[in-house]
Design a protein around this ligand. Structure first.
Ligand SMILES: [Zn+2]
Length: 254
């Protein structure tokens, strides 16, 4: 959420076209993953409650350095709220430790940042699996894609959130459910275009009536989930969505 310099277009192009790890998609339903970056307090509370009211769970990408702090003047999650989210079945994933720009960081600094957050997840949530990851600011390059392939279960960027046929696990896209993307006409068009077997990932931050340009209101999130369920799409956290498609692939391979 800060002013950023242009990054190497070539390195990003190479990241999109190499180091790919395809997940084949399919099945009778479209899958939707609702993700919250940075985990503002309102996302951990109102956001999680709205999902739960509809029998859904979300993916919450935490940057440990933002715990018990302020982000754009809004309170962030606490350790207790992370534990509560986990206990209620939500997925706690990694956003790196210090919310740094992985496209600009030295390789050693990016690795240290990933490891520090993995240590944080291990210490406070007893997480041992390679975490699912979202790039801070959505910024990636070829070196950081190589890194997340080794260290993470998946990695998510910003934009290009509808996956059809297959998805590159280490360059998952998402539709922004904030700014113009939270307008009903924008997300309704995306939902209506979904076909069985597609995977849509959306991302937002705070969930408040007085949300800023990176968040949404409780009513908007509720309307999105209601519409998704009316259209018989299934809502799953990122890790469960990957498991779902992996199981389908095994079943069809038999
Ligand atoms: Zn972030």
């Amino acid at each position: 959420m800060a002013h950023l310099q242009p990054i190497s277009r070539f390195s990003r192009f190479m990241a999109r076209h190499t180091q790919r790890q395809w997940l084949a998609l399919g099945g009778p339903h479209a899958i939707i993953s609702i993700t919250f970056d940075d985990i503002l307090a309102s996302a951990a509370q109102a956001g999680a409650r709205i999902l739960e009211a509809y029998g859904c769970r979300g993916t919450f990408y935490v940057a440990g350095a933002l715990t018990a702090g302020l982000e754009q003047g809004r309170p962030t999650h606490t350790l207790d709220s992370l534990r509560l989210l986990r206990a209620r079945g939500h997925e706690i994933a990694s956003h790196g430790w210090g919310h740094i720009d992985y496209a600009r960081a030295a390789k050693s600094a990016a690795l240290a940042d990933l490891r520090q957050n993995a240590g944080f997840l291990h210490t406070y949530l007893a997480t041992d699996q390679p975490p699912h990851f979202a790039y801070p600011f959505g910024r990636y390059d070829l070196a950081s894609k190589r890194l997340t392939r080794r260290q993470c279960g998946s990695a998510r960027i910003l934009g290009h959130g509808v996956h059809r046929g297959r998805a590159d696990l280490h360059l998952l896209g998402c539709e922004r459910f904030y700014g113009p993307g939270r307008k009903a006409a924008a997300w309704q068009a995306v939902l209506h275009a979904l076909k069985p077997g597609d995977w849509l990932i959306i991302s937002t931050h705070e969930v408040e009536d007085t949300c800023g340009p990176y968040g949404c209101t409780p009513d908007e999130l509720t309307a999105f989930i209601q519409a998704a369920q009316q259209q018989r799409h299934r809502v799953l956290p990122v890790g469960e969505a990957i498991d779902h498609f992996t199981r389908l692939n095994r079943a069809t391979a038999r």
